[in-house]
Design a protein around this ligand. Structure first.
Ligand SMILES: [Zn+2]
Ligand SMILES: [Zn+2]
Length: 346
């Protein structure tokens, strides 16, 4: 069973999950090898994963068979595990150290039966299905008393931590509110008390008005490189209307979200030559679904620089590309691609 341990000074939690070291390093599965049946996420290899939790599939097909277009399975090497025993949830002290049993869930959302598809290449209707699956799993896990937060994320490329090439996202449900979300809640709460509004709504308005860091915008969403970007080309996508939790995403917003994610990712992928990246959903933890000060959003980190000694030592990031330059570059990508077709080099 994995364990959560609290660092006594900073109070940050760490998951000790030794089983994960048994994970195969199989990122470099090539397309032809995949066809030979090695990729557990490919259609036809359903028996190579633990039994599915849910799937969007043809009505006449059975679970764990072909016929699906989205499939959710437990992670074979989970960072956190389900366990019926609620008593284990209370942090207990082992001498002076705080430990919490690693209760939670770790699931894989297989975004397509096709091995060589990628997020930005999915048709809009497929992307909608990906986000529907995210919403469904998020909402289902949040109903469990033991779960305080559901972190949905995507690692793409070996550098970004993906161990399989096949397009997939993951979720880890935790029995506590992670530090990053706690810090966002605190900052947003403080702003709300001082100014009486949502900090993220205000930020959206400022960015939209200034239009210096905006990458894409549609009816429901805005994408921009944040003012204090930690990484080159760091991009956030936020709903324009105030909404604290991803669980509240309705069908019309789901469509708008698919469009802006596709557009933003296409810009990132084509202008930065398919960089490895991490994409993270930040959403309201249990008990904050209707919070007037919190605002769910996506954060995308293309992995172009390495986090090194200074960053680890201080928590201060050195970003060699200003968000204004990055946004301009991404915004103009479509234009530059058009020119490229006419013979101009990038
Ligand atoms: Zn595959
Ligand atoms: Zn807001």
């Amino acid at each position: 069973m994995p364990e959560l341990r609290q660092e006594p000074v900073t109070k940050k939690w760490v998951i000790i999950a030794t089983e994960r070291s048994k994970r195969p390093i199989d990122f470099n599965i090539k397309q032809d090898e995949c066809k030979r049946g090695t990729c557990p996420f490919c259609a036809g290899n359903e028996d190579k994963t633990p039994p599915e939790i849910m799937a969007f599939r043809e009505p006449e097909t059975k679970p764990n068979e072909r016929g699906w277009w989205i499939r959710v399975v437990p992670n074979k090497f989970p960072a956190l595990k389900k366990n019926g025993c609620q008593d284990l949830l209370n942090p207990f002290e082992e001498s002076f150290f705080q430990i919490m049993t690693g209760i939670g869930a770790h699931e894989v959302i297989i975004e397509s039966p096709e091995h060589d598809a990628s997020l930005e290449q999915h048709p809009i209707h497929q992307l909608q299905e990906v986000f529907r699956a995210w919403r469904e799993r998020h909402n289902s896990l949040m109903k469990e008393d033991a779960i305080k937060y559901v972190q949905i994320f995507k690692n793409s490329g070996a550098v970004a931590g993906a161990s399989l090439e096949h397009p997939h996202s993951q979720l880890i449900a935790t029995p506590l509110i992670p530090d990053v979300i706690e810090a966002e809640l605190k900052g947003a709460q403080h702003f709300f008390k001082e100014k009486g509004g949502c900090l993220y709504c205000e930020m959206n308005q400022q960015e939209s008005k200034k239009n210096e860091r905006v990458v894409a915008e549609n009816e429901g969403f805005i994408a921009y490189c944040p003012f204090a970007s930690r990484f080159p080309f760091e991009t956030w996508i936020l709903p324009k209307q105030h909404q604290a939790s991803f669980s509240l995403l309705d069908e019309s917003l789901l469509n708008q979200l698919s469009i802006i994610v596709k557009e933003t990712m296409q810009k990132i992928v084509s202008s930065l030559n398919h960089p490895p990246y991490n994409l993270m959903l930040h959403t309201a933890p249990a008990g904050y679904t209707e919070a007037p000060y919190y605002h769910w959003h996506l954060e995308i980190f293309p992995r172009l620089t390495t986090v090194a000694g200074f960053e680890w030592g201080t928590g201060i990031y050195i970003n060699p590309t200003s968000p204004e330059t990055a946004a301009k570059y991404l915004k103009e990508t479509k234009h530059r691609l058009k020119n490229l077709k006419k013979g101009e080099k990038l």
